[in-house]
Ligand binder design. Structure first.
Ligand code: ACO
Length: 332
């Protein structure tokens, strides 16, 4: 295979969601909200929430194991693990290293990548470079997030949105025309305060005061984020499709980041896509940040909605702000 023909192929997918379900009716009992408001403004009916004694690496490991199983590969064959997350097990070390040990992927390089809800797109773009250049053979890309642990359960403007979970894909080298065709990553740090957690880092280490003032929880400017999301996801989707020599009409399945049903519908309609070309699972899982695209992809694959030769479009935006997209021709 020459370098031009060598592509990163998605050979396997997996996901893992917490067992516990939190419905809109449950939230009605916790904050001043209603099922009607949440459903009509976000499209979310329920989400999965980890228990107090559960943590991110457990879900990331299960998703990775499922992806390896579906690819027919052993953990010992993995060369690199990238874990896209902003909710690691702990600040130090990278959770990807904990997952490497859980899997038994001795010798694999491992690092975390923080790009918020765009994390899976960023990680896929990075992994694609390693595989298509021949630097690494088998790469595990994991998107895993327990946003519930950073959620202020007394803040109705954020607590209705998020859910927990993990999704993973295994990339291996293969030949054109299949594999990742194009990808793009963008960021604009001037909007870093649109979605952020003020304390717990080096700028404001944990203190009694930071805990009392609830500064370890997510704060968000929802409305501004919403507008930016629709614009950026449409633009980056068009750009990667063009880079791949495709038009929106060539997309068989669009799997967008699941942040808000209205954002998904607006982007889909701006791209001229029919409803059946867009995969949506937000009503059952909420916004699972970096996990949202790989969880949705795994569901779509297991439902038989993805066929050999299909052009898949992924697009996301998130804290940073970051945004990006990728196009992939399914099969090998
Ligand atoms: N229940 C009832 N009322 C509510 C709730 C709630 N849960 N939340 C807000 N409201 C109220 C507000 O207080 C406001 O009331 P007011 O008019 O009296 O002030 C009213 O509803 C409208 O509020 P808006 O914020 O304007 O509502 P909007 O239609 O923009 O929807 C939402 C809010 C759902 C947050 C939307 O803006 C959104 O989805 N934004 C995108 C956020 C996002 O996707 N972030 C993802 C990134 S996360 C990451 O990267 C880790």
């Amino acid at each position: 295979m020459t370098r031009g023909e060598r592509r990163a192929i998605i050979r396997g997918t997996g996901s893992s969601l917490p067992a516990r379900v939190l419905t809109n009716a449950d939230l009605e009992r916790m904050v001043d909200t209603s099922d009607e408001w949440i459903t009509s403004r976000t499209g979310i009916r329920e989400r999965r929430i980890a228990k107090d004694d559960e943590y991110m690496s457990q879900f990331a490991t299960r998703a990775a194991e499922a992806a390896l199983l579906s690819a027919g590969l052993e953990a010992s064959q993995v060369d690199l693990i990238i874990c896209a997350t902003v909710t690691p097990d702990m600040p130090i070390p990278a959770t990807a290293c904990i997952v490497q040990n859980n899997l038994g992927a001795a010798g694999a390089a491992a690092f975390d990548l923080a790009a918020g809800c765009s994390g899976f797109i960023y990680a896929l773009a990075v992994a694609d470079r390693f595989v298509s250049t021949g630097e690494y053979g088998t790469v595990l890309v994991i998107g895993a997030e327990l946003l519930s642990k950073y959620t202020d359960w007394s803040d109705r403007t954020t607590c209705v949105l998020f859910g927990d979970g993990a999704g993973a894909v295994v990339l291996t080298p293969g030949a054109a025309p299949y594999g990742v065709l194009a990808s793009a990553m963008h960021a604009d740090g001037s909007m870093a305060d649109f979605i952020y957690v003020p304390a717990g880092g080096t700028r404001e280490p944990a203190s009694e005061r930071s805990v009392t003032e609830r500064r370890h929880f997510i704060r968000m400017r929802g409305n501004e984020t919403f507008k930016m999301a629709v614009r950026s996801m449409e633009e980056t989707s068009r750009a990667v499709l063009e880079k791949a020599g495709l038009a929106p009409a060539d997309v068989d399945l669009f799997i967008p980041h699941q942040a808000n049903r209205r954002i998904i519908d607006a982007v889909g309609s701006r791209l001229g896509l029919r409803e059946d070309q867009v995969y949506v699972n937000i009503e059952r899982v909420g916004n699972t940040s970096a996990a949202s695209i790989p969880v949705a992809l795994d569901e779509a694959v297991r439902k038989g909605l993805v066929r050999k030769g299909d052009n898949l479009l992924f697009a996301a935006f998130g804290t940073g702000l970051t945004w990006g997209a990728a196009v992939c021709k399914w099969g090998w």
